[in-house]
Design a protein around this ligand. Structure first.
Ligand code: SF4
Length: 321
């Protein structure tokens, strides 16, 4: 892993307006992502974890500019890409690719694998058909499939093989960063391990960086160098993987880890989170986690704790620190 920052995200926000009434006036806003900052180094994996609805997938889509941010900056290789025009955006998409949770729905059922991966190559400038076909075979072999698979349709593959095709399509244009949005959560555990190993091998071979989004912390632990925990649109803790798993500071992280038997620290009981995640339409005042926190303080419903460094890059947003 290199020390250069490949991607920097500064105070990124995504608010969705809610309108109502005959005149469709604004009646509220959903703060899906609310002031998120982090960086990813070249060749590094940042794991992004949190319950569903915390804004982690939205964040991935904004970085790819599949959705426009409401506020904030996205800096890629030192260039502010937040408001790039269409042409420059196309060039950028060659460098930042995405892998989806459900490869079945991200692959066109009417296209063979050769057409699917070939399309990505064509969009990014590989005009010669023979050259494209040769590259498709190279990619298939690299992701653990065979040359003959190029002529098959998505329904002819197992879910694990389809995810290999999804990875191959992302890899086809030689990206530097891959946003992996729950890439193994639809797969059986044994297949999950194979896909994670493939992603690790590709990272070593091509120096790829990953933003690895998942709700399952045991999966995040297998692949990440650093881990960020999100709650209701905000990052509440971010640290090196070892720090997060051995010395979690935020009560939300503690609770998430305590729910996983093979991760829970010895002699520590499971922390049950009461209720469900509040609506991002009307998040709690002060610390957003205070309605479910087992260590809540009198200040917690009044003041929002900033995300601060408590030593060696371990960031936490909590009044306890
Ligand atoms: Fe709990 Fe207060 Fe820390 Fe929020 S700030 S996590 S409510 S102790």
């Amino acid at each position: 892993m290199l020390n250069h920052k490949l991607l920097e995200v500064e105070n990124l926000k995504k608010y969705y307006l809610i309108t109502g009434g005959l005149l469709a006036r604004q009646v509220g806003e959903v703060k899906a992502v609310d002031g998120v900052s982090f960086y990813i180094k070249e060749g590094e994996t940042l794991g992004l974890a949190g319950e569903s609805g915390c804004g982690k997938s939205t964040l991935g889509r904004i970085i790819l500019r599949l959705e426009e941010p409401t506020e904030g900056e996205i800096i890629y290789q030192g260039i502010n890409i937040t408001r790039l025009g269409k042409k420059e955006l196309r060039r950028l998409r060659k460098q930042i690719q995405i892998i989806f949770q459900d490869p079945q729905s991200s692959l066109d059922p009417r296209m063979t694998v050769n057409q699917s991966i070939g399309e990505a190559l064509l969009i990014h400038g590989m005009k010669d058909e023979k050259e494209r076909a040769k590259r498709v075979v190279e990619i298939l072999e690299r992701v653990g499939l065979e040359a003959q698979h190029a002529w098959c349709y998505p329904h002819e593959f197992s879910s694990g093989q389809r995810q290999r095709i999804g990875i191959g399509r992302a890899l086809a244009v030689n990206p530097k960063l891959i946003i992996a949005d729950e890439p193994v959560s639809a797969l059986d555990v044994s297949i999950q391990a194979q896909i994670l190993n493939l992603m690790l091998d590709l990272q070593t071979e091509f120096g790829l960086a990953y933003l690895f989004i998942a709700h399952d912390l045991s999966v995040i632990r297998q692949i990440s160098h650093r881990v960020a925990i999100m709650y209701l649109g905000k990052i509440v803790e971010l640290a090196e993987k070892g720090e997060i798993f051995q010395n979690p500071l935020h009560p939300y992280t503690e609770a998430l880890l305590s729910a996983i038997p093979n991760i829970r620290q010895r002699k520590k009981a499971r922390i049950l989170l009461p209720g469900s995640v509040p609506s991002p339409l009307n998040p709690p005042a002060g610390c957003r986690f205070h309605t479910r926190c087992h260590r809540v303080l009198p200040i917690c419903d009044k003041e929002e704790p900033p995300l601060k460094d408590v030593g060696e890059g371990h960031l936490v947003a909590c009044h306890l620190y």
